[in-house]
Design a protein around this ligand. Structure first.
Ligand SMILES: Cc1cc2nc3c(=O)[nH]c(=O)nc-3n(C[C@H](O)[C@H](O)[C@H](O)COP(=O)(O)O)c2cc1C
Length: 209
């Protein structure tokens, strides 16, 4: 068996209830800005966990594209595995890991489709290459090899004019009912705070590491 040594000790500043924002969205916003300032490689990258009606769980990375009090938005293919799972069970959990800050944030809640307008707006902002990649890839379908994919891509690259968002591609919005903020501390005695939505109020408790 290979054993893995983690050489990092966690030395960062404490996180106390007094300095937490009453709003988990504001708290997330502060940590997200600090992750960017600290130069995290992919601060928007988050692991998205979904489940189907037979309790088969699946997790993968996606990129956070926007967030506000209405939810956390990411974009994907509506025929992918994650989309099929979300259709069956419209709940998910995402996890951010910002190693330079030694911080983890977990968020869970209900997931709904983003509006067509929101998906169109974001699709228009993408580069032509990214738009075509979204159009030509039947995400999560089995393919024999890359050849057909590349041919379709190159054919579309030759075409002029604006590309339309395909109806099988767009956004999802995760509307949080829980957030957990985790700050790495010395001796593995980390700080954890859980925000849970109770009616319209966010309640905050501290958890043992
Ligand atoms: C850092 C990173 C970011 C990614 N971002 C996205 C994304 O925003 N949307 C997406 O559909 N796939 C993204 N992917 C690919 C997914 O992890 C995954 O392979 C794909 O969405 C298919 O997942 P599924 O078969 O579970 O639906 C990303 C992968 C990595 C490593």
């Amino acid at each position: 068996m290979n054993t893995i040594q983690n050489q990092e000790d966690y030395f960062h500043l404490p996180l106390s209830k007094a300095e937490l924002s009453p709003s988990p969205f504001a708290q997330f916003s502060t940590w997200f800005s600090q992750a960017k300032t600290k130069g995290e490689l992919e601060p928007t990258a988050m692991t998205l966990a979904t489940v189907d009606k037979n309790y088969i769980v699946s997790a993968r990375m996606v990129l956070l594209k926007s967030f506000d009090e209405n939810g956390f938005t990411f974009f994907t293919n509506y025929l992918s595995l994650k989309a099929k799972q979300l259709e069956q069970v419209p709940h998910a959990s995402v996890v951010f890991w910002w190693p330079k800050c030694q911080r983890q944030v977990r968020i869970s809640g209900a997931v709904a489709l983003a509006s067509d307008k929101e998906s169109d707006t974001y699709f228009k902002q993408r580069t032509k290459e990214s738009q075509i990649a979204a159009i030509v890839s039947k995400q999560s379908a089995v393919i024999a090899n890359r050849q057909a994919l590349i041919e379709k891509y190159e054919q579309m690259m030759k075409q002029d004019g604006e590309l339309k968002r395909p109806d099988f591609w767009g956004g999802y919005v995760l509307k949080p009912n829980q957030f957990e903020f985790w700050q790495g501390r010395e001796h593995r005695l980390h700080d954890r705070f859980l925000y849970s939505l109770n009616q319209d109020t966010w309640e905050i408790v501290q958890l043992s590491p």
